[in-house]
Ligand binder design. Sequence first.
Ligand SMILES: Cc1cc2nc3c(=O)[nH]c(=O)nc-3n(C[C@H](O)[C@H](O)[C@H](O)COP(=O)(O)OP(=O)(O)OC[C@H]3O[C@@H](n4cnc5c(N)ncnc54)[C@H](O)[C@@H]3O)c2cc1C
Length: 417
Amino acid sequence: MRKVAIIGAGPSGCFTAQGLLKARPDWQVDVYDSLPVPYGLVRYGVAADHQGTKGIARQFERVFERQGARFFGNVTLGREVTLEQMRAAYDAVVLATGLAGDRVPELVDDGATPEGMIGAGALTRALYDHPDAGDLPDIGGHVVILGNGNVSVDLLRLLAKSESELEGSDLSPRATKWLTSRRIDSLTIVGRSAAELAKFDPVMIRELAKLQAVTIRVADLPEGEMTDAGQEKLLSALCEIDGLSTGPLPITFRFNMPLQSIETKDGKVTGLVAGRDGAESEHLPCNALVTAIGFCCDGRLGRDAVMSGAEDAEAGRIAEGLYAAGWFRRGPRGTIPENRADSLALAAKIVGDLEATPETSRAGHDGLGLTCETVDHAGWQRLDAIEKAQAMAGRCRTKIPTRSDMLRLAQKIEELK
Ligand SMILES: Cc1cc2nc3c(=O)[nH]c(=O)nc-3n(C[C@H](O)[C@H](O)[C@H](O)COP(=O)(O)OP(=O)(O)OC[C@H]3O[C@@H](n4cnc5c(N)ncnc54)[C@H](O)[C@@H]3O)c2cc1C
């Protein structure tokens, strides 16, 4: 029997497992994750008030429940096990570890992040109770979100919502309090591209019209009609929300504003200067700067070195028996449906490659000699059931926020009965 290890139980890892087992239900597919729980950014990135999107997890559940993939949570490649060990134990190894690091604006020196500046990834992890996240930062007053993508819109929407508008989400009491008890005087989204070239999904822009206490202004809109249908759609969505007023919180969209400098006083952010070369630059005062300008590898797996040496990066083949999927392969681009298409194509490639080579005996999971505590799919189901059962009023779940509690509660199988 062929044995495949997938490292990373996010969407790309789960879709790859799904594709492999659909083609070859007789193979053993083991999915490892450094967290005790699966589903990556579906759990810790997709907005807490977008539970419909998170519903994709039900499809992933079936990969474990019905298709027979095995889950091994709390195993970090590069810590509990090396890539060499994995490759020796399995016929194929798929790196699907995503990109967890926040891209930092080029003009910020490494390690010189001023107080009041935070990356969108770090902020969402803290908001969504990721066990390795830092504390929620102290942000308030005039908040600037840097970046013209959907992550910026997610954060803007959450920061603008009142407690009642967060009903049905999976935000914890701590995160709810953080979101709703801070005084925000203004929210500004600043991007370097022109409005029509922004990466916003028009549906998400239109969703802002439902906010109950905001006044929205979209500045820097171009004049004239667009010839590109996608650009036209985005501009009409931006025009629709421009001028909308349901309450006092001012939200402003700014375009054509590349960051020129970040201003600080006593190590704290006080504003930024932005604008096009040649045009007059503008000073935007702010107390908090959230950067949402993309993601990069957090360094553990040396993604750039791995991918630059790949035999066929486009197809996801790094070397014989070693593959890459999802954001780890492509960089931080693409939605969950895009990962599906990509991962299913990769699965077909792996099946073709392995079927074309003679079979050798592999030890699989047992050959790794892991000594760490792991969480299997039954353990995850137990955590899932606990989180749903302990949901506070108006919430669909309350996540277990610490790794130690996850590990402890996942093992108590008898209490499930
Ligand atoms: C804030 C945010 C909001 C988003 N919202 C949406 C949305 O609404 N709709 C949409 O379609 N897309 C959304 N996306 C994009 C979507 O989340 C990604 O396309 C998708 O999650 C990428 O999947 P992935 O499996 O490659 O990576 P990930 O989802 O990041 O999964 C990687 C997994 O690998 C694990 N891992 C990392 N390192 C190791 C290691 N060394 N060993 C073992 N395991 C490891 C991680 O714990 C994680 O579980 C959003 C992205 C972000 C950042």
